[in-house]
Design a protein around this ligand. Structure first.
Ligand SMILES: [Zn+2]
Length: 470
């Protein structure tokens, strides 16, 4: 879209590639690559081009095609790259200037309908679990550190003069508007979404709500992250998951910037006083985000391996990460989400602690080694989730809480650890109990079809219609 808009504006100004190139100090072939969509422009070049064409940068970055003709050409080019249609074996179609608009309209409509009919449900539960497992392996292999997203976050913060510490609301909005977006808080956001973005008017809609795990600050940056990182509509469930992880990473990297947090953590380590709660307080983010951010920076900046896990009061795991060798419960396909964690682990024990909302520390002896684990119940909207950060025993010396006297032993997955009831109880009740299970449906559910799993597209379009007019 950027290329189309650039070409349209350049021609409307009667400029050649060479003339525009001279104004922005780039060779004509470079601009040609941009116009043909073969290269992504940097923000600084967008600004230079906009100024040379006497338009605001947002004019170049709008997602709206400059004309219906351009829109059709883009749609047809995208359709020809669409893997769903690739197995038709159609010869590539070059759209010259002589192909009339109604022919293009016809082809584009046919492609859209064919795509709709051929698109399968987004993922079966097995595919969803496999995609989760792949993603976790990839994250573990790189110590949960994504250099290119750190760079994108640093670049996003650079123009607004971030001074360190918590990111103020004003600075946050400056980051957003620097990328040509505005923010609107609404009461009627579709239930199936956490934000909706109007790409035509570059407007991000958010629900105004009380502070919780997903504060509007985090949701806003997760949304912006998709655009800054150049995501397009996900082609499959694996890509959907990867994009979500990347967007969340971007949000955390803006709210807890690498440089400031790295320095902060290094001095805490020198003082042997590392604690996730301090990261939470200094950068004013949720405990979950602070713990997750710790995993991003621990291996790369501190040389520490670690693990992270989020579970509910029943021990069901919702998110997990490790590169310290801890063994999470897994089903035969390797899926961890939806599995029940050992009763003796910190994430279970914290629910019985005197104050589950303050950090609870214990040493856990497991078949893969001893870990110092710090867990805390992060109060969610409906119920609490425990967030645990753990490290190997030999690294416990760097952490606050290492003087805990609590030591628990886990032999899971050995059934006699905690998966099977104690023998005395079992003999008394075996065959005489009939519990009715509560389903943990949203972890395991087959996801509904569509590009954005679980999102009601009609709701979203109606919503946008309602608000775009205002
Ligand atoms: Zn156990």
């Amino acid at each position: 879209m950027f290329g189309q808009r650039l070409r349209h504006l350049r021609r409307a100004r009667g400029m050649t590639l060479a003339e525009l190139g001279e104004k922005v100090g780039r060779a004509p072939p470079v601009l040609s690559l941009l116009e043909n969509g073969r290269r992504e422009p940097k923000l600084s070049l967008i600004e230079a081009l906009a100024s040379a064409l006497s338009v605001p940068p947002s004019e170049l970055m709008r997602r709206q095609p400059p004309s219906r003709r351009a829109q059709l050409e883009i749609a047809l080019a995208e359709a020809q790259r669409d893997p769903v249609l690739a197995d038709l074996g159609l010869p590539p179609l070059r759209v010259g200037a002589k192909v009339p608009n109604d022919v293009l309209e016809h082809l584009v409509t046919l492609h859209a309908e064919l795509r709709r009919q051929r698109t399968k449900p987004t993922a079966t539960p097995e595919e969803a679990r496999a995609a989760n497992a792949d993603l976790r392996t990839m994250m573990s292999d790189r110590g949960n550190y994504f250099a290119e997203i750190e760079a994108a976050a640093a670049e996003a913060l650079a123009p607004v003069g971030y001074p360190g510490g918590a990111l103020s609301q004003g600075m946050l909005l400056a980051v957003v508007s620097h990328h040509g977006f505005s923010v609107q808080y609404v009461q009627d956001l579709p239930r199936s979404t956490r934000s909706v973005t109007d790409l035509r008017n570059r407007r991000i809609y958010l629900r105004q709500e009380a502070l919780g795990m997903h504060t509007p600050r985090a949701v806003l940056l997760q949304t912006l992250g998709h655009f800054v990182l150049g995501h397009s509509a996900p082609a499959d469930f694996g890509e959907f998951l990867r994009q979500r992880v990347e967007a969340n990473y971007f949000a955390a990297a803006v709210l807890v910037p690498e440089k400031a947090a790295g320095t902060f953590l290094q001095s805490a380590m020198q003082a042997r006083d590392l604690a996730v709660e301090d990261l939470r307080d200094v950068f004013s983010v949720s405990y979950e985000m602070a713990a997750h951010r710790f995993t991003n920076l621990a291996t790369h900046h501190l040389g520490l391996a670690c693990h992270f896990v989020k579970n509910d009061e029943g021990g069901i795991i919702y998110k997990a990460y490790e590169n310290d060798g801890v063994v999470f419960p897994a089903d035969p396909t390797g899926a961890i989400e939806g599995q029940r964690m050992c009763r003796t682990w910190a994430g279970r024990q914290v629910f019985a602690a005197d104050d589950p909302f303050s950090p609870y520390c214990q040493y856990s002896d497991t078949p893969s080694g001893t870990y110092l684990c710090t867990a805390l119940v992060d109060p969610g909207r409906e119920r609490g989730f425990a967030v645990t950060l753990g490290v190997q025993y030999e690294d416990s010396r760097w952490f606050r809480g290492r003087d805990t006297t609590v030591r628990m032993k886990s032999t899971c997955p050995a059934p006699e650890c905690c998966q099977r009831p104690p023998a005395a109880l079992a003999t008394r009740w075996d065959g005489l109990a009939w519990p009715s299970a509560r389903a943990h449906s949203h972890v395991l559910l087959a996801l509904p079809s569509g590009s954005f799993p679980g999102v009601d597209e009609s709701d979203v379009f109606e919503f946008l219609d309602r608000h775009a007019a205002s």
